[in-house]
Write a protein that binds this ligand. Structure first.
Ligand SMILES: Cc1cc2nc3c(=O)[nH]c(=O)nc-3n(C[C@H](O)[C@H](O)[C@H](O)COP(=O)(O)OP(=O)(O)OC[C@H]3O[C@@H](n4cnc5c(N)ncnc54)[C@H](O)[C@@H]3O)c2cc1C
Length: 318
């Protein structure tokens, strides 16, 4: 027997996808949430800056969210990778979960991004404890301490400048890359030390950074390192459906996180806007609002004109 068409498939159960699922569940929609369990925050010890949840472990955050969602029988969660998503002739979507296929009327892609760690020997040992990418997430814990910023090219000054809110003891490390004279002057005038020599490795114990050791034999005591390297999308599902990119390299969306492809919505870090969990959750809620509104309008208009429905909305297994 063919499977019933779902209202929505949410791909990705990070803060964005989980938040969307809650709003959609409460709007009486049949929702399937698919997640392959590779969150961006895999190395993080605590989620900071999420009102009422400041400092919670990311695993606990997801557990609470899943527990809250379990109250809604119309929201199902699957640990599975979505391997393909395509629009089919009747305007619905076919979502491939390995060998299995499901059909849905709207898709929310909340598959996030993954960070690329700088190529520095031993950096994995410190990632999430004293090596970070986001000062808004982890800057407070090292405020006023000696901090290194790892960045190159145009983003180097930007990242060093951003860090000045948290400490005045900043060393910008470019790992062999040279800065322009103008940038060097700006940095010097802001008392930011510049180390352009190549890095040999990071030194410290128990995940706590103590010093940065350079190829030339010098060593710089530091309590933390913040890096600015590119992150990449965790999936190409949005691109494969025909979604376009924004200027930041994220997926372009408009009102209520609707993409250029009708029926496809995005939320969370995939948009590459402010990359905080609370913002991802808010984008998820907004996308859910847009999706529900669109489903209600379609059904209302179809009934108004007396046309046949192409798929089955709303909850049936109450
Ligand atoms: C070290 C570190 C520390 C951080 N600290 C903080 C902090 O203190 N405060 C804060 O606000 N933010 C913090 N962040 C950022 C935070 O993790 C992100 O803002 C947030 O996770 C983004 O949520 P999201 O839902 O967009 O993506 P994610 O949380 O990354 O979730 C995306 C989900 O999609 C799933 N997925 C991907 N592709 C597929 C597929 N094809 N099929 C099925 N599932 C798929 C993944 O498995 C993943 O679970 C930190 C990040 C890192 C790396």
């Amino acid at each position: 027997m063919p499977e019933r068409t779902l209202d929505v498939v949410v791909i990705g159960a990070g803060p964005a996808g989980l938040s969307a699922a809650l709003i959609l569940g409460r709007a009486c929609r049949n929702v399937l949430v698919c997640d392959r369990d590779t969150p961006r925050s895999w190395a993080s010890k605590a989620v900071h800056g999420f009102l009422t949840r400041d400092g919670i472990k990311p695993t606990q955050f997801r557990e609470i969210a899943r527990r809250e969602l379990s109250r809604y029988h119309n929201v199902k969660m699957l640990t599975v990778e979505v391997t393909r998503a395509r629009k089919i002739a009747d305007g619905t979507f076919e979502i491939a979960l390995g060998m299995r296929r499901v059909k849905c009327r709207k898709v929310l892609i909340a598959t996030g991004v993954m960070d690329r760690l700088p190529r520095i020997a031993g950096i994995e040992r410190f990632y999430g404890t004293s090596v970070f990418h986001c000062p808004y997430c982890d800057g407070w814990e090292v405020r006023g301490k000696p901090v290194a910023v790892y960045a190159k090219g145009e983003s180097a000054v930007e990242m060093a400048r951003a860090m000045t809110a948290w400490t005045r003891d900043i060393a910008l490390c470019t790992n062999g890359s040279k800065l322009s004279k103008t940038d060097l002057l700006k940095l010097r005038r802001n008392d930011i030390q510049v180390c352009e020599q190549p890095i040999r490795h990071l030194a410290g114990t128990g995940g706590r950074l103590e010093a940065i050791e350079f190829e030339d034999g010098s060593s710089l005591p530091r309590a933390a390192l913040f890096f600015d390297t590119r992150c990449s999308g965790q999936s190409q599902l949005a691109e494969s459906l025909g979604c376009r990119f924004n200027r930041r390299g994220g997926i372009r969306c408009g009102r209520y996180e609707a993409t250029d492809v009708p029926g496809v919505f995005v939320a969370g870090n995939i948009i590459k806007d402010v990359q905080l969990s609370i913002v991802a959750a808010a984008e998820g809620a907004r996308a859910a609002f847009g999706i529900n509104r669109s489903l209600s309008r379609e059904d209302f208009d179809r009934r108004s004109t007396g046309r046949r429905r192409i798929s089955h909305p709303a909850v049936t297994d109450a």
